[in-house]
Write a protein that binds this ligand. Structure first.
Ligand SMILES: *[C@@H]1O[C@H](CO)[C@@H](O)[C@H](O)[C@H]1NC(C)=O
Ligand SMILES: *[C@@H]1O[C@H](CO)[C@@H](O)[C@H](O)[C@H]1NC(C)=O
Ligand SMILES: *[C@@H]1O[C@H](CO)[C@@H](O)[C@H](O)[C@H]1NC(C)=O
Ligand SMILES: *[C@@H]1O[C@H](CO)[C@@H](O)[C@H](O)[C@H]1NC(C)=O
Ligand SMILES: *[C@@H]1O[C@H](CO)[C@@H](O)[C@H](O)[C@H]1NC(C)=O
Ligand SMILES: *[C@@H]1O[C@H](CO)[C@@H](O)[C@H](O)[C@H]1NC(C)=O
Ligand SMILES: *[C@@H]1O[C@H](CO)[C@@H](O)[C@H](O)[C@H]1NC(C)=O
Ligand SMILES: *[C@@H]1O[C@H](CO)[C@@H](O)[C@H](O)[C@H]1NC(C)=O
Ligand SMILES: *[C@@H]1O[C@H](CO)[C@@H](O)[C@H](O)[C@H]1NC(C)=O
Ligand SMILES: *[C@@H]1O[C@H](CO)[C@@H](O)[C@H](O)[C@H]1NC(C)=O
Ligand SMILES: *[C@@H]1O[C@H](CO)[C@@H](O)[C@H](O)[C@H]1NC(C)=O
Length: 610
């Protein structure tokens, strides 16, 4: 039974094999020598084909009309880096930028690679605080180039801290005779001064409201400490594994938000398609990732659940069919989303100057999940001590599973609802403010197995609703609601061609929809995003080797915000852009306005970096 799942598993196990530190010292030396000769070979190759530009479709970053001050943080060539310490560099705020305040700070990761290589997960940490989680692009023989730009203004206090901090970058890459790609990376931060003084950071709005609009005063890392021969993330290996970090907060915190970074790998890379254990057992299947298709990340504080995360199903650049993601990469793959949990209601429990613990676990997890977090704290500048109390705290999980199969064919329905809520007050110089935090989730996964186990259809939706409201003397000082809908539809079939060859067909639809609304007392604001990708892929596989293949992707991205709108309708097939329409019109029915192409230049840089 040479099913897609076997194939998938094979590609995956190769990845696994490469990720395991299996090498004896002798082998390691051998591999290192190979790495050397590979590099030499590449440098001496004359190649006139320009590198292909890979990119993720996303809105440009709105920056002020001022000249940014650029600060190169790191240049590094990531060759054989797996199982080695992260690459470290000293960071101090740029001394050559003579501005008091910046209104925007943008991180740029720019990389090139040539040859053959797997997709590699990587992270960037400053002082232990994670500022980027991303996946490398898979190169081709003629070379590729890509860049990721991320608005990191949120980490303002960290970035301007007048002391030397450690920048750590972990990208576990392996290089050998077959996998030759070395990643050449530049990390630069652009500091944008405010357009005028009125526009800058602390513009003296109501202090409490500014606490919601502006960045935290202090960010504590909730990650593993260096030294490490790995990323600073915690590794969750199974469903009972809880990874814990101790921390202490200052006595005058009035707001706290935990920002969590999540990525899933190896046996859980495609968790939404993992088979139910009863099906695996009944069919005597071995080496199949199981535990069914439901996962949730649970975050606890001193053992109490403070929030959950039902992650977006990011497909990495080598996932399902690598040809789908060239050059348009999967939603979120170059800049994995992080998720916020409002911890303010719990402040009363942790303002005692003592050590407390955040814990991370993943329901149904298989090896491995990489999780860590940043604790954003707002400090009361007018008082040395705040006080608070947790008033209410609830959480509930409801699961329903319907399995219906005969042999290798069947249908599986998984439905889950979850809610987490908390309320608590904090008294600071801003007054006595009660904060309510509510999360509501619903999950629906329909999986069909057919064609003697070779066909799999997965249709999954996640609704992820959040609300935070801060109430001061019975008037709403601030409230925020977000609605997210994460959807994935995956159709994959393996068609035996009868001559040791099979045709692997995989169609994917990936949707990331988000609506955010804020009420800050003096007005409403909000944004909405509809981001939808469709992909169709085919691969001819002979003796477990991909002989040929084709991938096509269409994407429609619609963003509607207070400050600007952005629309893009783009498609690629076999490395070529078929059409690309970009618009900035805020009309209800955003029609394409411009027709420029990204093929020949880095348009994004022009829009938001210069
Ligand atoms: C940064 O710290 C150094 C030494 O601690 C001090 O001399 C310098 O004035 C500080 N710079 C700023 C901008 O605060
Ligand atoms: C789960 O993972 C933890 C952490 O690696 C390990 O200590 C524990 O033995 C594992 N449990 C099972 C049931 O494998
Ligand atoms: C699974 O293995 C058991 C024990 O070897 C055997 O009785 C059963 O028929 C097998 N089932 C299938 C579907 O192969
Ligand atoms: C989840 O909630 C919906 C609507 O609130 C309900 O129809 C459904 O039965 C619930 N599912 C489970 C598994 O409890
Ligand atoms: C703050 O407000 C809450 C809810 O109204 C109240 O129970 C609590 O006693 C107040 N705390 C202080 C210190 O006034
Ligand atoms: C999330 O909010 C949307 C829009 O109000 C609603 O339709 C949906 O039922 C909500 N989902 C959950 C799980 O609360
Ligand atoms: C996936 O399921 C949703 C309902 O959960 C349904 O509306 C949608 O049409 C399904 N998609 C496909 C492609 O079958
Ligand atoms: C295998 O057979 C299919 C038709 O069944 C044919 O199209 C294909 O070229 C053959 N492939 C090889 C590698 O022989
Ligand atoms: C997969 O995509 C191809 C190309 O668009 C299409 O012809 C085919 O019908 C799709 N198959 C399924 C099951 O969606
Ligand atoms: C995107 O462009 C394609 C090709 O021109 C067109 O068929 C499709 O309707 C467009 N989609 C949207 C949402 O504008
Ligand atoms: C894809 O493009 C390459 C050239 O870049 C070409 O050699 C190949 O035949 C194309 N494949 C298909 C299936 O169109």
């Amino acid at each position: 039974m040479a099913s897609f799942h076997f194939r998938l598993l094979l590609y995956l196990s190769l990845f696994l094999l490469l990720l395991q530190p299996l090498f004896t010292t002798a082998n390691l030396h051998k591999t290192r020598n190979l790495l050397k000769s590979n590099l030499i070979a590449e440098h001496t190759t004359v190649n006139e084909t320009p590198p292909t530009l890979y990119f993720e479709v996303t809105k440009p970053i709105k920056v002020p009309n001022t000249k940014p001050c650029s600060h190169l943080l790191l240049h590094h060539d990531f060759g054989y880096t797996y199982g080695k310490p992260p690459v470290l560099a000293n960071y101090t705020p740029p001394s050559h930028c003579s501005f008091d305040k910046f209104s925007k700070i943008v991180l740029e990761w720019k990389a090139t690679c040539k040859g053959r290589q797997f997709d590699r997960i990587f992270g960037v940490w400053l002082g232990g605080v994670e500022i980027l989680r991303s996946c490398s692009a898979e190169p081709r023989a003629t070379g590729i180039v890509w860049s990721v730009e991320k608005d990191i203004t949120r980490y303002y206090s960290l970035l301007v801290k007048n002391e030397t901090q450690t920048l750590a970058v972990y990208l576990g890459n392996l290089v050998d005779k077959t996998y030759t790609g070395v990643y050449h990376v530049d990390i630069t931060v652009y500091f944008y001064p405010a357009e005028n003084d009125l526009n800058n950071h602390e513009n003296g709005m109501d202090d409490l409201v500014s606490g919601y609009g502006s960045e935290a005063d202090l960010i504590l890392p909730i990650s593993r400490n260096l030294p490490l021969n790995d990323g600073l993330w915690f590794e969750i290996e199974n469903s009972t594994d809880t990874e814990v970090k101790e921390f202490k907060i200052p006595p005058n915190v009035y707001r706290a938000v935990l920002e969590v970074y999540v990525s899933f790998h190896e046996n859980d890379e495609f968790w939404y398609g993992n088979l139910p254990n009863d099906y695996i057992a009944a069919n005597n299947l071995t080496d199949y990732p199981g535990n069914g298709p439901f996962r949730e990340v649970v975050v606890s504080l001193d053992g109490k659940v403070v929030g959950a995360i039902w992650p977006f199903t990011v497909i990495y650049t080598g996932g399902i069919n690598p040809l789908l993601w060239r050059p348009i990469t999967g939603i979120g793959s170059f800049d994995l989303p992080s998720y916020n949990i409002e911890v303010t209601p719990f402040l009363g429990n942790i303002l005692d100057g003592k050590t407390h613990k955040f814990g991370f676990s993943v329901t149904n997890a298989l090896n491995v999940w990489y999780i860590d977090a940043n604790l954003h704290l707002w400090l009361d500048s007018k008082s040395p001590k705040t006080v608070g109390k947790l008033l209410k705290h609830n959480n509930a999980l409801l699961v329903s599973l319907v399995s219906n199969f005969k042999g290798l064919e069947g249908t599986f329905l998984t439905k889950v609802n979850r809610s987490v809520s908390s309320s608590g007050w904090v008294k600071s110089s801003h007054g006595n403010v009660t904060t309510h935090f509510i999360q509501d989730f619903s999950y629906n996964n329909k999986m069909v197995m057919g064609n003697d186990g070779n066909l799999q259809i997965v249709n999954q939706t996640i609704h992820f609703n959040d609300s935070v409201s801060a109430i001061k003397q019975s008037s709403n000082a601030h409230s925020m609601k977000s609605f997210r809908l994460f959807s994935i539809y995956l159709y994959s079939d393996s068609l035996d061609q009868g001559n040791g060859t099979s045709l692997e067909v995989s169609n994917v639809t990936l949707g990331f929809d988000e609506k955010i609304s804020r009420n800050a007392g003096f007005g409403l604001s909000g944004s909405s995003l509809n981001n939808l990708q469709n992909g169709q892929g085919e691969m001819v596989v002979k003796n477990n080797l991909v002989v040929s293949g084709l991938g096509s992707t269409q994407q429609v991205y619609k963003y509607h915000g207070n400050e600007f709108c952005y629309f893009r309708n783009i498609s690629s097939s076999n490395y070529t852009i078929l059409y690309d329409k970009v618009g900035y019109n805020c009309n209800k029915r955003t029609k394409s306005q411009f027709g420029f192409s990204l093929r020949n230049g880095d348009l994004f840089r022009q829009i938001h970096l210069f």
